[in-house]
Design a protein around this ligand. Structure first.
Ligand SMILES: [Zn+2]
Length: 455
């Protein structure tokens, strides 16, 4: 690991420009991830995968992401600790809404939840959309006051977050080239991914055959996207702006799991690479992040939750962009939601096959030749993690993800900015040099930084 200050000059310069001068001061300890990172690279080397050219910098700003830059042939991962805030927030939210199963009391968020405003405020801020950031920050502060903070098992949450950080680092390595720069790791791993996944999806297709007659889920998604665009356009027109262009939406037919796997393996658009990178990262986490107080299956569930959180960050970005960039109409949202469905499904499948593999390893039967009693034990374990994952998935869609495009969180921003535009108090707030710091405090995302970003 290279600390920001010690990074090679071009990397350090890049970090200063994109993350702020104070971003080398970290808020969270790194030892757990650094150990995982070392073990991870070592286990790649043991599998004859050369990854020593991949460097890691850990920074702390207001920008919750992981990015990879290429500098003179080396891949350089930049991990921003602001993402830890988002993992912590979304894990707390998941614990809340999944309450009963996890032994935590569910809370009724009611209306628009503060964390949604937090995500939008942070996004608008990082995009330099200061008026919109002020509106969302204000909504966040007020909702937070009304809804209160989340009371959850914090040590359990912290283990989930550590697992998710490890997962997100390993996932990102999946996008780096490893074999003489010819192929990224995830692509080179797609054959072994198919080998473990094909029997599982065949089984799933037998048990849950796709109904080609029924309207596929994506039609529901398209309808939501249509509704969303209609409302956005009504608001734009009302305030004297041009409506966003509206191309006919692509129609998706129902697909069996086997067909989805074919799509993932053949896909050039990047969804396939994401799915395989998720799988590789989960298998690494299952092997290398053992907690005495957290079983492997729960680590895998935490990884599935991380897939959703990372996806949520992207969705917030796409949705907020759709207000400012006319090239992002409803089609983009429909595509995005379809992609989410596939990634979510396959992250769940990956957890299932990895849990099974782990079980066979634990009972020392890697070839899977089992007595009846052993088969029963394996089935019991599989059905337990399957139940847990599907409970989490339902809660996530209904309570966390779908309300975001549906309830027009970003739309209210647009109205408010149009209404408040010339208010002197509002103007002053949007120009405050402390805006980033104030928002970091309100949203809980990112390290408060004075005079950042530069104007
Ligand atoms: Zn990715």
């Amino acid at each position: 690991m290279i600390e920001h200050g010690l990074a090679a000059p071009p990397v350090a310069a890049y970090l200063r420009t994109t993350r702020g001068t104070g971003s080398e001061y970290l808020r969270y300890p790194t030892d757990k991830y650094i150990r995982f990172w070392g073990d991870f690279l070592e286990s790649l080397e043991l599998s004859d995968i050369s990854a020593s050219h991949i460097k890691l910098s850990i920074v702390d700003s207001t920008n919750p992401d992981i990015e990879t830059i290429k500098i003179s042939g080396r891949s350089h991962l930049i991990f921003d600790q602001a993402i830890i805030d988002v993992f912590a927030m979304m894990t707390s939210v998941s614990f809340h809404v999944s309450g009963p199963r996890l032994g935590i009391t569910a809370a009724d968020f009611g209306g628009r939840a503060w964390w949604v405003h937090a995500l939008f405020a942070n996004r608008f801020m990082n995009d330099g959309r200061y008026p919109e950031a002020v509106v969302q920050g204000d909504l966040c502060a007020r909702a937070r006051e009304m809804q209160g903070d989340l009371t959850i098992d914090e040590s359990r949450r912290d283990r989930w977050v550590e697992t998710q950080v490890a997962f997100s680092l390993a996932h990102e390595v999946g996008h780096c080239s490893v074999f003489n720069g010819a192929q990224v790791l995830a692509r080179s791993g797609s054959a072994s991914f198919e080998e473990v996944m094909r029997p599982y999806v065949d089984l799933m297709d037998q048990e849950h055959p796709v109904d080609y007659q029924r309207a596929p889920e994506s039609l529901v998604i398209e309808r939501r996207a249509e509704e969303y665009l209609k409302e956005v356009n009504a608001s734009l027109v009302e305030h004297g702006h041009d409506p966003l262009p509206h191309n006919p939406l692509p129609t998706y037919r129902g697909m069996s799991y086997g067909e989805k796997l074919d799509f993932i393996l053949a896909d050039e658009s990047g969804v396939g690479e994401e799915v395989v990178a998720d799988y590789l990262a989960m298998s690494m986490v299952a092997r290398l992040m053992a907690y005495p107080e957290m079983p492997v299956d729960e680590c895998l569930a935490a990884c599935v939750a991380a897939v959703r959180t990372m996806f949520l960050l992207r969705a917030v970005e796409v949705i907020s962009n759709s207000y400012f960039n006319s090239r992002l109409p409803a089609n983009a949202l429909a595509d995005l939601l379809n992609e989410m469905r596939i990634r979510e499904e396959f992250a769940g499948f990956s957890a299932m096959v990895l849990s099974r593999r782990q079980h066979l390893r634990e009972i020392d039967e890697p070839d899977g030749i089992l007595s009846d009693a052993a088969k029963k034990a394996l089935e019991l374990r599989s059905s337990r993690i399957a139940g847990f994952l599907s409970h989490m998935a339902n809660r996530w869609s209904e309570d966390i993800f779908l309300p975001i495009p549906h309830e027009m969180h970003a739309g209210i921003t647009f109205d408010a900015v149009a209404r408040l535009g010339n208010d002197p108090q509002f103007q002053k707030m949007t120009k405050s040099p402390n805006l980033a710091s104030v928002l970091a405090e309100i949203t809980g995302i990112g390290r408060p930084q004075v005079n950042w970003p530069p104007r």
